[in-house]
Design a protein around this ligand. Structure first.
Ligand code: MG
Length: 284
């Protein structure tokens, strides 16, 4: 299939599990791909975190003459798909092109943050003053110097369960208003209409409108790559096959979508290795 654009989850997909920045090989491949097609990162992170540990590495590797064309093709879908950014060369910075509001009428964001903060205090903490829309709860192992990533994933799963229980108690039908996803390095609660499937749809309409790229209703021309596609994972809505063409470099459902990444010897490739393989296929 000929893809017209590509979207990547960040942590565990562009970066290796437990590493917060992409490798030089990965940044090189992403820079080259952005010369061929628009690329978007679709992540639980907020804009500042992407700039600090992601974009910095990309810009360090890039040749000055390629910078402008690279930035023009770079998109960020932050906060798990709740906010979309494109790069505006006039102000030399990212600019929001959509934002989904938190459903305050269902539950006040501030109130929910307080309830969850208390409930998870032995395992993690709620991020304050960073994310604009979503609630992110990360494990208290996050900033450890010697990170045991398997322990982080376990703890993240525990935090996810505690938060989901709270949401179910508020309303057994909470998923009409809010989604919760486990990214492996924390839990993310986002508006139900501000998840990663929204990001694919918004990317598709931006490309149709401003780049004159023909994208079908289901946006199959857009490649979507992530590592947490199972129900409860923060890539579930990204990779469940509703929009885009989905590949997993992490968990594997065994059903039609998403497809695993296999190398020439029929071996599954995981995390940044799988993403790099896909990138090289697109660049070939
Ligand atoms: Mg991930």
């Amino acid at each position: 299939m000929k893809f017209k654009a590509a979207m990547f989850d960040f942590d565990g997909t562009v970066t290796e599990k437990g590493v917060w920045t992409p490798s030089p090989k990965m940044t090189d491949a992403l820079i080259l791909l952005a010369q061929k097609m628009p690329i978007g990162f679709c992540t639980g992170r907020q804009l500042e975190s992407f700039k600090r540990r992601g974009l910095t590495e990309l810009l360090r590797e890039i040749k000055p003459e390629m910078r402008r064309s690279f930035m023009k093709n770079l998109f960020l879908f932050a906060e798990n798909g709740s906010i979309g950014y494109s790069f505006n060369p006039k102000i030399e910075d990212f600019e929001e092109f959509y934002r989904v509001e938190w459903p305050e009428k269902f539950v006040q964001r501030e109130k929910l943050r307080t309830i969850i903060g208390k409930a998870v205090k032995d395992y993690g903490e709620v991020y304050y003053d960073t994310h604009k829309v979503v609630i992110v709860i990360r494990t208290n192992l996050h900033d450890m110097y010697e990170l045991n990533i398997d322990e982080v994933y376990k703890l993240s799963g525990k935090i996810f369960k505690i938060c989901k229980k709270i949401l179910l108690k508020i309303d057994p039908d909470f998923e009409k208003y809010l989604h919760i996803g486990d990214s492996g390095i924390g839990a993310i609660i986002c508006p139900a209409d501000g998840d990663k499937d929204r990001a694919i749809k918004e990317f598709a309409s931006f490309l149709r409108k401003y780049k004159d790229i023909k994208i079908g209703r289901k946006a199959r021309e857009i490649l979507a790559v992530g590592d947490r596609p199972l129900a409860g994972g923060n890539d579930y809505y990204f990779l469940n096959g509703s929009y885009g063409t989905a590949y997993t470099v992490g968990d594997f459902t065994g059903v039609k979508w998403p497809k695993p990444v296999m190398d020439g010897h029929n071996r599954r490739l995981l995390n940044s290795q799988g993403t790099l393989y896909l990138l090289n296929t697109l660049l070939a």
